[in-house]
Design a protein around this ligand. Structure first.
Ligand code: ADE
Length: 234
């Protein structure tokens, strides 16, 4: 049986998973409590990483090194960038990068990491397909997109900044952890996928929309993950 690592940045994003876990054991490392047990009949480890790239970078490495997970899933919410995307919709990562990595002064492209073979980390195609099938099965009332996720240590809540991200990266959503998890997974040759529900459109009303829709959006990611786990068991 494979072991699945699931990482969410905030308590809301993981509490529904942790409360449904059976035979739970808890281990706290670097201030993060890893819950290991059986989730929807799969061997899983679920953890709240905290917000931002450093937190999830440490967390992902611990998932891999200490808990020996076979793959990692990052679940949570995001700001929508794709023009037709609505609050509540889901984005599954085709790939991920860090939009705030900026060595343009040295002639690198925005998001490009000097010295690395790649700066755009491709999600595992099988996990992407599985997540999409699961989403369409259990969330038929919303749209589910497969597209690029861009990550930075910034909440994007200004339309001008959103415009810049759209023009530069052709991304579907923006958040604050996925690209860093993707980089750590890639460095360790561990497959990954990011699953994000849209709470806002990363524009001037993003902060208010986020608070209004966060609980509602997470319902969709939890349903998706449950269906995905069932499919993995078959
Ligand atoms: N998570 C949810 N909405 C976001 C936004 N607008 N920017 C960054 N992370 C987000």
């Amino acid at each position: 049986m494979v072991r699945i690592g699931v990482i969410g940045a905030m308590q809301e994003e993981v509490s529904a998973l942790i409360s449904q876990m059976k035979d739970k054991e808890e281990y706290t490392i670097a201030g993060m409590t890893f819950c290991k047990g059986s989730l929807w009949n799969q061997d899983a480890v679920v953890v709240k990483s905290g917000v931002g790239k450093v937190n999830i970078g440490i967390c992902t490495q611990l998932m891999i090194t200490v808990f020996s997970v076979d793959f990692v899933i990052n679940t949570g919410v995001a700001g929508g960038l794709y023009k037709d995307i609505n609050v509540g919709d889901i984005v599954i990562s085709s790939d991920a990068l860090q939009h705030d990595l900026d060595c343009t002064a040295h002639d690198f492209k925005k998001g490009e990491i000097p010295g690395m073979e790649t700066s755009v980390f491709k999600a595992d195609p099988e996990l992407v397909d599985l997540a999409k099938e699961a989403c369409e099965l259990v969330n038929p009332e919303i749209s589910c997109y497969v597209g690029r996720v861009v990550t930075g240590d910034q909440f994007i809540g200004v339309s001008e900044k959103k415009k810049e991200l759209v023009e530069l990266f052709d991304a579907y959503c923006v958040e604050m952890e996925g690209g860093a998890m993707a980089q750590v997974a890639w460095l360790n040759k561990v497959p990954f996928v990011i699953v994000r529900a849209i709470t806002d459109r990363a524009d001037d009303t993003a902060a208010v929309d986020y608070n209004t829709f966060v609980q509602q959006a997470i319902v969709h990611t939890v349903k998706l993950l449950a269906a995905m786990f069932l499919k993995l068991g078959r």
